[in-house]
Design a protein around this ligand. Structure first.
Ligand code: AMP
Ligand code: MG
Length: 353
């Protein structure tokens, strides 16, 4: 993390208005800012402002808010004066940890998602996910000796993944892991949940016509201005092509106004063992990376829900995944298989540009 903080980057660019920086800023002048210090990924903010200074100020405020969540939800780093998810993990089996209400909210949300996905999405899988994480890191550093984790080790860790051992005391604002060997991993939901909370915070302050992308977890506040006009139209958000060998980096564009677009994919984190790629989304039944899809994209209003569902819909087989998403109002999804073929939820086609 220190490395990333050191290369903290804030670039504010004038994106349109004819001839770049030469044109005086108008109400609809579009700017973009990028930050490299949050959630181990790139955050991009696109919006409009009267001046570059105004936009830089707003982008800085959004960055600061996101950073608060980044610190609270980290499972890898300690931050002075902050009890975060890592603190909860470090105190497993020892003591309840007093935490910020934003941690209570995230963990309660995660428990709801566990129930909603029948355990497919389980933030208590941390001990299993840590083994995969360590083997992936070792295998990436030394590809010739890359190995799969022994199934016996995974099974032992899986004895410590009972979500009921996550004890949330909302009144006392504490969290306790009853099982000393249990660990939380909020990687499947924290980025989207934080993005949603920050988006709502700024929406409540009247901010609109802004596109926030935290590592591809995209949340649109309102729409964008039609070029050269006053009309507001939906943003066209590119969905990444999961086929990294393709010259086309974008698979399709999806129209977004006041909604989120979130993808989970095999390309995000993976390593190779004996010529086979193993990615980072683990089926709690098999304790192995899932093999159904190369990518799942969710479109719905709430970015937290989109993040949770992108991971859950990645783990469920086709019929179950389709039924699960089609039963939900206001949620659409696109699945891409490894051979490039696609299938959609009932209303997804209409969202494509
Ligand atoms: P995402 O990119 O949102 O699909 O999240 C992937 C991350 O979620 C992984 O890097 C793990 O940290 C975590 N994860 C993987 N499998 C699961 C699972 N079955 N339930 C909960 N979290 C998971
Ligand atoms: Mg997710």
């Amino acid at each position: 993390m220190k490395k990333l903080t050191a290369i903290f980057l804030c670039a504010v660019l004038l994106l349109t208005s004819g001839c770049g920086g030469m044109t005086p800023a108008t109400k609809h002048t579009r700017y973009q800012a990028e930050f490299l210090s949050l959630f181990d990924t790139v955050t991009t903010i696109v919006g409009y402002a009267d001046s570059k200074e105004d936009f830089t100020e707003l982008a800085g405020q959004i960055r600061d808010k996101l950073e608060e969540y980044h610190r609270l939800y980290s499972i890898y780093d300690d931050f002075a004066g902050v009890n975060n998810i890592k603190t909860i993990n470090d105190n497993a089996g020892m003591a309840p940890v007093p935490v910020d209400s934003r941690i209570i909210d995230l963990l309660q949300y995660a428990k709801e998602q566990y129930a909603g996905t029948k355990g497919t999405l389980n933030i208590a899988l941390g001990s299993v996910l840590k083994i995969w994480h360590d083997y992936r890191e070792a295998g990436s550093d030394d590809p010739e000796n890359a190995e799969l984790p022994p199934m016996e080790l995974l099974r032992q860790a899986n004895e410590h993944t009972n979500i009921d051992d996550l004890v949330i005391d909302a009144a006392a604002s504490t969290v306790y892991l009853k099982d000393p060997l249990m660990r939380l991993d909020v990687g499947a939901i924290a980025k989207g949940y934080a993005t949603e909370q920050v988006a709502q915070h700024f929406e409540n302050q009247g901010v609109t016509n802004l596109l926030l992308s935290v590592g591809g977890n995209v949340r649109a506040l309102g729409g964008k201005f039609d070029e050269g006009a006053d009309t507001v139209i939906p943003w066209a958000v590119g969905v990444r092509n999961p086929d990294l060998s393709s010259t086309e980096s974008t698979l399709m564009s999806v129209l977004a106004e006041d909604c989120s677009i979130v993808s989970s994919g095999i390309y995000e984190r993976y390593y190779t063992v004996d010529g086979v790629e193993y990615h980072h989304i683990i089926d709690p039944e098999t304790l192995m990376p899932t093999t159904y899809y190369a990518q799942v994209t969710i479109v719905c209003k709430d970015s937290g829900l989109a993040d949770a569902l992108s991971t859950a819909a990645f783990v469920l087989p086709r019929d179950e995944a389709l039924a699960y998403i089609n039963a939900m109002d206001g949620v659409e999804a696109c699945w891409v298989l490894e051979d490039g073929s696609q299938f959609y939820s009932d209303g997804f086609e209409a969202l494509k540009k």
